[in-house]
Design a protein around this ligand. Structure first.
Ligand code: NAD
Length: 295
């Protein structure tokens, strides 16, 4: 039986830590840390994510503001909003909920955020800092995976990690973090993607396997070596025979769990960690320090 790594439990502990951090901050500065969230359009999933983020903030004492712009908003309007927040000292963190409507260039918008307020860690300056190992904001999902391993007593140093996925928000930054010569890193990392010719050849050599492909249950017992740690980043909504739907990961849990030494569930695994790390990043933004400096 594999150890089930509960993101729910670890994230709860992190939220309690942030809550006490916020209280100390408020005592010293006489104000709350502030996170502003920009939602453009009416994508129901984005609406839900933004609400969850605001709820998490409220729980730990971070002041959050949700600014909604209609789907017809121009890129100039979005940039203007970001400029106002960049200049406002009460706004410590800025988050633009993705995806943006098609007529708005995501890269231009993300580049417009002050890198010191970029709590999602998507600004090229923060991505570059991560690459060369300088302190900066680390995207919440990769930061959550590293934190989850650390708090579960799993040290990637000297291990072979296979990361399935190379997106800018999950796969790439995670592979970089784990390969970095730092606490929680120092692993030998193989990054797999749609161009990988024999996926199982790589994943079967992995001591730690991270699935971040966005393909429901694609990682089966045919991909996992006995005793491996399996981290499932995937969140996929699939239709069921009865007409309903459910959320599954990228890992076929039932066949992989008996083989693995430890595994994350979906839901309740990486998802809550991502949410918790946004609070951590907001706190770093308020204090002007960064995750990599705090270790
Ligand atoms: P993405 O679509 O941007 O990237 C997926 C990556 O997986 C691509 O780089 C692609 O090359 C690779 N890939 C796809 N199919 C593959 C295959 N068959 N074999 C090998 N590689 C393959 O997705 P993303 O934004 O990185 O998200 C990945 C998954 O993680 C999604 O299910 C997403 O919903 C989920 N996600 C979860 C969280 C969380 O908090 N748990 C956060 C972000 C994303």
């Amino acid at each position: 039986m594999a150890q089930i790594i509960s993101g729910n439990i670890i994230a709860r502990t992190i939220r309690q830590e942030v809550q006490s951090d916020v209280a100390t901050y408020r005592k010293g500065k006489g104000r709350n840390p502030g996170l502003n969230l920009l939602l453009v359009g009416d994508n129901p999933a984005s609406e839900l994510y933004v609400k969850f983020k605001a709820k998490d903030c409220a729980e730990v004492g971070i002041t959050s503001v949700i600014q909604r712009l209609p789907v017809t908003a121009s890129q100039a309007e979005v940039l203007r909003c970001i400029e106002e927040w960049n200049a406002n000292p009460d706004v410590h963190g800025i988050l633009v909920q993705l995806p943006l409507p098609r007529h708005i260039n995501e890269h231009v918008v993300l580049r417009h955020i002050d890198p010191a307020k970029d709590v999602d860690g998507f600004h090229p300056e923060n991505a570059g800092k991560l690459l060369i190992g300088l302190p900066g904001f680390i995207p919440c999902t990769p930061a959550g995976v590293v934190e989850m391993l650390h708090r579960s007593g799993i040290n990637p140093a000297g291990k072979h990690v296979a990361v399935v996925g190379r997106s800018n928000i999950v796969g790439k930054p995670l592979a970089m973090l784990l390969a970095q010569k730092r606490k929680g890193g120092n692993a030998t990392v193989t990054m797999c993607h749609t161009g990988t010719s024999d996926l199982a050849h790589h994943t079967l050599r992995a001591d730690i396997l991270v699935a971040a492909a966005g393909v429901p249950e694609m990682i089966t017992n045919q991909h996992v070596q006995p005793g491996a740690v399996v981290i499932d980043v995937g969140i996929n909504r699939v239709q069921m025979h009865d007409g309903g739907s459910k959320v599954v990961g990228d890992v076929h849990f039932a066949s992989v769990e008996p083989l693995a030494s430890a595994i994350t569930p979906v839901p309740g695994g990486v998802g809550p960690m991502t949410r918790a790390m946004l609070l951590v990043n907001t706190m770093f933004a308020a204090k002007g320090t960064f995750l990599s400096e705090s270790r």
